[in-house]
Design a protein around this ligand. Structure first.
Ligand code: NI
Length: 155
């Protein structure tokens, strides 16, 4: 990974940059935008690495969906029943009158976990959703620690 640093410029709305600086400060990366941006890109690259289809991963799929949409909760249940090998556990929270929050714990090959996430999160009526996963294979685990390691001091 060690190589010469390249400088480039990025255009974005001022308010977005302010929010990004606040996020960086919360994560303990103080007054170093370059480090903060590198962290973000590194996270994304690690995520993409996980998409090697055969890598074993564990993680969670979180989604918020409309409780009132006809047939939606049954459909989401059916999809999960078709992927029993991937879904380890589920938490369902009735958020308010119209919304449910569901978090699934998942385990399996990266391909099967992503396939399930794509199906669930792509279902019409699912408002917000995200898959978070990390590789369990020894060769990957050191690299994936970047996910949980913010504010480190290297330049
Ligand atoms: Ni509910």
């Amino acid at each position: 990974m060690a190589s010469d640093l390249v400088r480039f410029s990025v255009a974005m709305p001022e308010s977005m940059l302010e929010q990004f600086d606040e996020l960086s400060a919360r994560r303990g990366i103080i007054a170093n935008r370059s480090e903060a941006v590198r962290d973000l890109i590194r996270e994304r690259l690690v995520e993409e690495d996980l998409e090697s289809p055969d890598v074993e991963v564990v993680g969670s799929i979180t989604m918020v969906y409309n409780h009132h949409q006809q047939g939606l909760s049954q459909l989401l249940d059916e999809i999960q029943h078709e992927h029993l090998d991937v879904v380890i556990s589920k938490m369902h929270v009735h958020l308010d009158h119209g919304n449910c929050l569901e978090t699934l714990a998942v385990r399996g090959s990266s391909a099967s976990v992503h396939a399930l996430a794509d199906k669930l999160l792509g279902t019409k009526g699912v408002r917000h959703g995200k898959l978070v996963c990390v590789a369990t294979e020894p060769a990957m685990s050191a690299e994936s620690h970047h996910h949980h390691h913010h504010g480190h001091g290297d330049a």
